[in-house]
Structure formats: C-alpha cells, structure tokens
Design a protein. Structure first.
Length: 202
C-alpha cells in the first residue's frame, strides 16, 4: 500500500488570545494622530505606521506578553528546548475601500504575524480583506501543471490559502512565507497590528 509523508510543512498558527482589543483600538488612535503620514512598505493605499517601540507603551508591552505566551506554547512543535520566540518588531495597519497589501515576506525574522484590532462586519462574511498565504514562487510554477485538471485543490496542489479577518484573531506564520492582503471594498477601516519574532537563545 502506498504511503504519503508531508515533508517540511509550513506552519500557520492561529488563536483568539485573551486580550482587551479596545486597548489596541485606543492605542491605534493615539499613534495615528501622532503619525498621520506613516510609511510605505507593502501597502498599496491605506496607512502603515512606522515601527513602534514596544517597551515604551504599557499596551504594547502587555500585548507582546500575551502573544509571546501564545506562540511559545508551540515551541515543542519545532523541537525547540533552548530558545524562545521574542517579538522583535511591531507596527499598525489600516486599510479601507480598495486598499491592499502586495506580495511580500518579512526577512530576516523567524516568524511573523497579524492581529485584527477592528474588522467591519461585512468582511467577516466574505473574502474581502483576507490574509492570503501563498506557496513559494518555484512551487507555484511546479504546481501550475495541475491547473485545469484539479476540481478541488489539496495540500499537494494548492497555490495558497486565505484567512478571513475577525476582530481579536491572531495569525502567526513563517516570515519567509509569501503573503498579501486582499482589497477591503468597504468604506470603513480595517485595523490590524503586525509583528515579527526572532529566536532568543538561553
């Protein structure tokens, strides 16, 4: 009987951590007022803050502690015993209408993630504003041979998967994983915070 092994999987962790999202909403309003211009990275339209000094604000310190507790509970999945994940960068995002984020990765971090602070209700019922995590370009080229002969993509043939935004939802994935954000298509802010993790050895 033929057996199947899934080698070198690309993990995506997700949860709804116990954190008061209203604290991050207030923090976003404060930073947006101080930094209206923001910066341009992968965002096409919309607004992205400059990097936030996490240690400078009680809200971001508390949020970091909660998120690190969540992701460090998964250390055993990697077989890691002499290191822990440490949040190394954090920033805020806001998309509205047709704003989007183009394909990108977060190097040289180990893991990256996003947490949804505010999500317009219509988005929770559609794929609008979804986070799309895609396979590497070489694997997409390889899998293009399957186009036209797969009725339903599987783990072996799918190019990408998407995660619909939900307020209070946390998603963490490998930093070298290609990802993008679909347009929002509603005249209401979708606000999130994104972050990177390094490994802290001990």
């Amino acid at each position: 009987m033929m057996k199947l092994d899934y080698l070198f999987p690309r993990p995506v962790f997700h949860s709804e951590p116990d954190f008061d999202v209203s604290r991050l909403k207030a923090f976003y309003n404060k930073i947006r007022e101080l930094d209206e211009t923001g910066t341009r990275q992968s965002n096409v339209g919309g607004w992205q803050s400059n990097l936030i000094n996490i240690d400078e604000h009680e809200t971001t310190r508390d949020f970091r502690d909660v998120v690190e507790e969540n992701i460090n509970s998964m250390l055993g999945e990697f077989g890691i015993v002499r290191a822990r994940f440490k949040m190394s960068a954090m920033w805020l995002n806001c998309n509205i209408n047709d704003n989007t984020n183009s394909d990108h990765i977060h190097g040289p971090a180990f893991l990256s993630g996003t947490y949804y602070i505010k999500v317009p209700e219509p988005l929770e019922e559609t794929e609008d504003g979804a986070l799309v995590i895609a396979d590497t370009f070489d694997q997409q080229y390889y899998k293009s041979a399957f186009l036209g002969c797969c009725d339903q993509p599987t783990h072996l043939s799918a190019f990408s998967t998407s995660y619909v935004p939900e307020e209070g939802k946390l998603i963490i994935f490998s930093s070298n994983q290609i990802h993008r954000v679909r347009p929002t298509y509603v005249n209401e802010e979708r606000i999130s915070t994104s972050f990177d993790f390094d490994l802290e050895y001990f």
